[in-house]
Design a protein around this ligand. Structure first.
Ligand SMILES: *Cc1c(COP(=O)(O)O)cnc(C)c1O
Length: 466
């Protein structure tokens, strides 16, 4: 096989190479691994020249991954739709906070969190792929908030796609719930599960393995292991370097990424592999610190998840860590498979020294506790007049610890603070002003079905949804 950015293999090595459309519609590879392109495309220095338009940078970064797997013009149409949903002309504006410290704002989209950037593209590209193949697709996902909201906004009224979202009943914030339930789209079903997020995930797993549901067409999940979502996150790293250059800063930056499933951070690492000048990556995690312990101590071990203010990062087994291990092992599927199978079976695995050194060359990791997260929210307001969400605060805290001699430091800001008012208001003494997309939710009618946390109830609800 000749390697090419538009041919995909699995990190576990037991899947025939496939194209972008198949990787997009399947999500996970059939052997249980994650799809990876067989080569990285190369971006020239012109790619991040100052003043470039977001859609142009995104086309250049993403087109090589798609090749001819989608109808002509599919990516242009998807990017047009994406950028129309973001108010700032830069789409993801870079804000200077102080000398050598910047914040990349990724929350100006339809649901005010960064998942919009990848989800809007994934929805538009899925629709194009299904149009071409004549198939139907049913997507199910469990959500603690942001993913479900972004998925509903992205897939509502998308032809050939049905979307079923399971959220824990009365355990998501009112804003997040209304973002999911006030969308008037016949192809979206919201299920409120009497249980917690883990119950929702368990029900989704059950549904995905139910063969009878496949009669309707393809059946898959919207989650951050989807290669298309990762590819859709590469452009804002390019844009950040372009905007930095426009501000007169030409040194390669250090990116500090608030991290849960490591999708966002891995997209940055992909951008560097494509030639983007980057001085380093820091993955900033909350007290759910499996990734930080793996990188810092050399043992990847599961711990019970704890609830934190940066709830979208409450992840103990970051799914995209497998992609990083695959790359760092020199793309060795045997090493990757053994490591993740051992982790799944035993709950812990020691990283071989050579692999650990290769991982550390890609990324460092810092864990930020809850008290520090709160004091960082206060600091951001006092020092820069910025009201930030808890996820962003985790990144900013880690970013302020980075030696600026390495290069300018860019913290990624992943959600609008108004989505997390319950955590931000007690620290600042006032509630963050909601952006227009949240004000517009108004008091529109909500549509959702409450079900028991059992497989039979989930199956019946899905069967009743046509
Ligand atoms: C999902 C999410 C993250 C974590 O991103 P990963 O790609 O899972 O690492 C961070 N912040 C917010 C607001 C999110 O919704």
């Amino acid at each position: 096989m000749t390697s090419s950015p538009d041919r995909y293999v699995s990190t576990r090595g037991d899947t025939a190479p496939t194209d972008f459309a198949e990787a997009l519609l399947r999500g996970m590879a059939p052997d249980g691994g994650l799809y990876m392109p067989t080569a990285w495309p190369t971006l020239g220095v012109d790619a991040w020249a100052p003043g470039r338009v977001y859609a142009d940078m995104a086309t250049q970064a993403m087109a090589p991954f798609i090749g001819d797997a989608l109808p002509a013009g599919a990516l242009d149409r998807a990017l047009e739709r994406l950028t129309a949903g973001f108010a700032p002309p830069e789409v993801t504006p870079l804000r200077r906070l102080e000398d050598g410290l910047y914040m990349l704002e990724l929350f100006h989209g339809p649901t005010a969190a960064f998942k919009d950037l990848a989800m809007q593209l994934a929805a538009a590209l899925s629709s194009e792929a299904l149009q071409a193949s004549g198939e139907q697709l049913t997507l199910v996902t469990a959500t603690s908030g942001d993913t479900g909201a972004a998925a509903v906004a992205a897939f509502a009224n998308t032809e050939r796609v049905r979307l079923i979202v399971l959220h824990p009943h009365e355990r998501v914030s009112p804003v997040q719930r209304r973002q999911m339930t006030t969308v008037d789209a016949p192809n979206v079903l919201n299920l409120a599960v009497r249980g917690d997020f883990d119950d929702c995930q368990r029900l989704v797993k059950g549904l995905l393995s139910d063969e009878s549901l496949r009669a309707h067409g393809r059946f898959s999940s919207v989650n951050s292991i989807n290669w298309a979502r990762l590819a859709g996150q590469i452009p804002y790293y390019v844009s950040a370097v372009s905007q930095l250059a426009a501000m007169g800063e030409i040194r390669a930056p250090v990116f500090v990424v608030p991290t849960g499933n490591f999708g966002d951070a891995f997209a940055g690492i992909a951008a560097r592999k494509m030639g983007l000048p980057v001085a380093g990556f820091v993955a900033a995690v909350n007290q759910n610190d499996a990734l930080a312990r793996a990188i810092n101590d050399g043992v990847y071990a599961r711990k019970a998840a704890v609830e934190t203010a940066s709830v979208s990062m409450d992840v103990q087994a970051p799914s995209n860590f497998e992609r990083l291990v695959f790359e760092a092992s020199g793309r060795d599927p045997a090493v990757t498979r053994t490591l993740f199978e051992t982790f799944a079976a035993a709950g812990a695995v020691t990283l071989p020294p050579v692999l650990l050194a290769a991982l550390r060359a890609q990324v460092s990791a810092v864990s930020v506790d809850e008290a520090t997260t709160r004091s960082e929210i206060a600091h951001a307001y006092a020092a820069w007049g910025q009201v930030v969400c808890p996820h962003t605060a985790v990144a900013l805290s880690a970013a302020r610890g980075v030696d600026r001699a390495l290069g300018p430091v860019i913290a990624l800001s992943t959600a609008h603070p108004a989505k997390f008012g319950k955590d931000v208001a007690p620290v600042l003494g006032f509630a963050p002003d909601p952006p227009k997309v949240i004000r517009d939710l108004g008091d529109r009618a909500e549509r959702f079905e409450v079900i028991a946390a059992d497989a039979g109830a989930a199956l019946a609800a899905v069967r009743g949804f046509s």
